[in-house]
Design a binder for this molecule. Sequence first.
Ligand code: 2YH
Length: 278
Amino acid sequence: MTRLTNDDIRTISNRLADYDRELVSKTGMTLFGIACHVHGRDHETAVHQAASFSIQVIPNTSGLGIITDFCDTVSAILAYLGFNSEVSPASDVAGLAHAFKSGADAVMTADDHTFSGFNLATRVVTDNSRETGRVFAAVLDCMAERGIKGERVLVMGCGPVGEAGARQLIARGARIGLYDTDMKKAAGLKSRLDAAYDKPGLLVEDSLKTALVRYGYILEATPSAESVPDSWAGAAKAMAAPGVPLGLSGTGAQIMKDRLVHDKLELGVAAMAVGLLP
Ligand code: 2YH
């Protein structure tokens, strides 16, 4: 799992409107719209609910501690989406106490391993890894001309983000292959998915090079840079890349242009927040 650095997120807050415009041109949907799509929520109702839904973002000093812009960036994303959001004036347990006492509807907080949202009334908990995998899979659904149903998608990286993405893709009728540099992880995920779904028709790919020619779509959920060769980019249909760092070279990204969606926080936070609405 990649711990974000300040360099990863420093420019996010000032680029939200631009990022949203890019998303619309690539997927036909806004950040908020895709988050609603993944949760099956009515857009207008969710917009209305968000306006009176307060989320406090609590700094968490455990482990390697505070990432300077992390909480401000999460709060900026929430505010951009129309939530009533603020960074808590207190950190850790004191921040949690402040949220309860001040009547916040929800909190979000992250340590080095887990980034979660908690609805303080309904007890719904949203997890960043899960929501990120799900929302990037939904991005592929939006990018595919007739939806992702029936299309072949290679899920690269079989950790929590890849698993959540794979589940969402199967639910949407995609035909998926699983790839991980650790074959045991790919095989473990295949067993869990085979047990959870009726005939998901999964393949575990052991050679990325030979697999890539058979897939037009990739959900890239690895923590490795340039995991996807530039040679794939030319004929590819689309790549949704929640992995940090981006698994494509600068050249590969330029070749992909509007067929690539990658971000480090925005879509995952949007899906977490919409999932917290009552
Ligand atoms: O970046 C991370 C983890 N990798 C979360 C993984 C979720 N998929 N955590 C951020 C830590 C933030 C810090 N504790 C703060 O500033 O509050």
